[in-house]
Design a protein around this ligand. Structure first.
Ligand SMILES: [Zn+2]
Length: 332
């Protein structure tokens, strides 16, 4: 009964979100970098890694996709299992011991992931949809890409993620209060063919974790669905001939333990960080990775200058490059 009540309450909370009023906005600092024009893809679309690093000294991604699987612990990959993601690892530069921020909660972590800045700097300290709080008041990846003339897109399963970036920097924002496969189906149906930055958020694993527990069979079963949704998204990019020019990063905002997360426990803070696609050199990474490095790696791959205030650094090792600056992450 307790579980049923918890589930019911959760559903009320999950479903109680309606069209939000417009929060106050503050325009981010103007960026001057520009993106190169997108040309029609000519490469044969495959999931295989592209050029070797001896001929490609710096990454050249025309597009970046960042997929965050909410509450996704790296040890769930084998347990679920997630066969498509497992096969992708052989073509990826990846860490299964990347670290998110403290507190390890959804909105605060995602702002760090996409702004390259630790919570003490981005100052988002709430974890609900609170329109009166506006948006994270820092220059984030969406600001950079949009200011450089690129289309930016967010497809999310939690409305509070609207508060990551100002609407003027997010050309397409879609909140779908549904399962991961439904989110991807909608994205494919309304595919933003000219995007430069696409952030996709899968909410379901976190929902199941809170109701049934982290690594419960119920959560693992929806992670298998997340794996299918990921496969469909990659297949769509492939079918459109975009995959070879795309840097794809798969990560998470936090893990979890029991029916919780938010602490500095390794179970909560350890996340996967998996990059594949444009100029990635497949390998298990030996250098440390923090979630704030996600935005930095994406900006680096797109050829954009990183704001000096960002805490994150590009994961050079993912492209087979010398580590110019080591990731230091955020305070515990
Ligand atoms: Zn979360």
């Amino acid at each position: 009964m307790k579980r049923l009540v918890a589930c019911f309450c959760f559903l009320i909370v999950a479903c109680a979100q309606s069209a939000p009023p417009s929060p106050p906005t503050t325009k981010p600092a103007t960026q001057t970098a520009t993106l190169p024009p997108v040309s029609a893809p000519t490469a044969t679309p495959t999931v295989k890694p592209s050029a070797t690093l001896t001929t490609t000294p710096a990454p050249h991604a025309r597009r970046v996709v960042i997929l965050s699987i909410d509450g996704f612990r790296p040890d769930a990959i084998a347990l679920a299992p997630m066969p498509f993601l497992t096969s992708l690892l052989t073509q990826s530069a990846y860490s299964l011991s990347a670290q998110t921020v403290y507190p390890s909660v959804t909105l605060i972590s995602h702002v760090s992931m996409l702004s390259g800045q630790c919570p003490i700097k981005h100052k988002v300290d709430w974890n609900d949809y609170v329109p009166k709080n506006g948006y994270a008041q820092v220059t984030d990846l969406f600001d950079l890409v949009h200011a450089a003339g690129g289309q930016t897109v967010m497809y999310v399963g939690k409305e509070k993620l609207r508060q990551i970036s100002e609407p003027q920097s997010v050309d397409v924002f879609q909140f779908i209060n549904d399962r991961d496969l439904v989110i991807v189906a909608d994205l494919i149906e309304n595919f933003p063919a000219d995007f430069r930055l696409l952030f996709v958020h899968f909410p379901t694993a976190d929902w199941m974790g809170h109701v049934y527990g982290w690594l419960s069979w119920q959560q693992l079963s929806v992670l298998r669905r997340a794996d299918q949704a990921l496969e469909q998204l990659v297949a769509e990019l492939n079918q459109r001939g975009l995959l070879s020019e795309t840097l794809f990063i798969i990560s998470a905002d936090h893990g979890g333990h029991d029916q919780l997360h938010g602490s500095s426990l390794p179970e909560d803070k350890t996340i996967p960080w998996i990059a594949f696609g444009a100029d990635v050199r497949p390998a298990q990474l030996t250098s440390p990775v923090s979630t704030v490095d996600t935005a930095a790696t994406a900006a680096f791959a797109l050829g954009l200058d990183l704001p000096a205030e960002w805490d994150g650094v590009p994961i050079y090792e993912a492209f087979g490059l010398p580590v110019l600056k080591e990731s230091v992450g955020c305070p515990k």
